[in-house]
Every structure is written in C-alpha cells, then in structure tokens.
Design a binder for this molecule. Structure first.
Ligand SMILES: [Zn+2]
Length: 199
C-alpha cells in the first residue's frame, strides 16, 4: 500500500510504501519521524486494556496515601480527594482531577478495546468513530502527571508526618505505565491498520 505522508516538522511530502511488519521512516530532509509501527498483535493490546481496567479498579478501591501523626492515621482515596475538593468549593478542580486521572484514561482504554473488538467488514465509519474518540481523548489523559504530583506531595509531607503509600499508589502507577505503553503501541497509523486488516 503506497501512501503520501507529510512531515509534521517541515511539511515535505513523501510517497511511502508501507510494509506489513514493524517499520520506521524518517523525513529525508529534516530526519523527523514520519511513521512508526511496532507490529504488535491486537490481542496483546486487548490484554493490556483489560489489565488497565483491573488496575484502575484497584487504584480507586484502595487508599492512595495515609498520613500518620502520632496515633492518628488519615487515609485518602483518589475519589475521596475529589469529593473533598468539591465540598470545599473547588468544584471545577474536582471535575478536572476526576476527568484527567480516571474518566479520560478509562475512555482511552475503552475506545481502543472497542476499536479492536469492532466487527470487520462493516462500514469503515464505525471503527473510525473510535479512532476519532481516541485522538480527542489522548492529550487530556494525564495519569502520569498525577502520579508525579502524588510523589512530590508525599516527599514534601514526609517531614511533617509519616507517609504510608497505599495499594492504590502501586496499582495506579502500573495503570499509568500501561496507558503510556498503549499510546506507544497504538499510534493513529496502527489504528487504521487494525481497522483495515483486523487485529
Ligand atoms: Zn521533515
């Protein structure tokens, strides 16, 4: 299959014949990456999607972090933190926290799974809808920023109280790694290949 790819850095158009397996092309003028696929099987990506959902469920069910001062321990969950923000009058902030840490990463995983499970041979628009959802959601799913924020807060609080990381920290960190890996394994080009040829 020959297609034209325009360099995202310098706008030079390239006519490229795409191989069936893993490949990587660079712009002939500025060496920016034009195209890259990993030749990963769709079933592997589906398995990663399922793992991500289980890890997110664990991340939401268990405490994120516990603070211990003398004999008093206070544990906070991810959703609990958003509820407290809402109760203190920071409704917009609570919504942003929930959207960027839970709802949008989950939407990204769900759209990818839906695309892979969509029946072949139907109208292309059916699968293309999920590509559009994924492209819109991906820049807003910022689980890695959240994990970094939690780590920074934990280090700063360590001088004031005993900080006990909860199960949620580990589960959510693993969720973040998987969501990031899914973004690398399923670039937009790969999504179209799955749509055309099946997973
Ligand atoms: Zn270029």
């Amino acid at each position: 299959m020959t297609s034209v790819i325009v360099c995202p850095a310098c706008d030079l158009a390239h006519r490229v014949r795409r191989p069936a397996g893993a490949a990587r092309f660079r712009c002939t003028r500025c060496r920016a990456e034009l195209y890259r696929t990993h030749d990963v099987h769709g079933d592997v990506v589906l398995a990663l999607c399922a793992s991500a959902v289980v890890l997110l469920a664990l991340g939401l069910a268990y405490p994120l972090i516990a603070l211990r001062v003398e004999d008093t321990t206070r544990a906070a969950t991810l959703t609990g933190a958003a509820v407290v923000l809402f109760q203190q009058g920071y409704g917009a902030l609570a919504a942003v926290v929930l959207l960027t840490t839970v709802l949008l990463p989950l939407a990204q995983v769900a759209a990818l799974a839906a695309l892979l499970l969509a029946p072949r041979g139907g109208p292309a628009a059916r699968g293309a809808r999920w590509v559009a959802v994924l492209s819109a959601v991906r820049p807003w799913a910022m689980s890695e920023v959240f994990v970094l924020g939690v780590l920074v807060a934990a280090v700063k609080l360590a001088g004031v109280a005993d900080v006990v990381p909860g199960i949620s920290v580990y589960a959510y960190s693993a969720f973040m790694v998987i969501v990031t890996a899914l973004g690398v394994l399923a670039p937009p080009d790969q999504l179209w290949r799955w749509l055309e040829h099946g997973r």
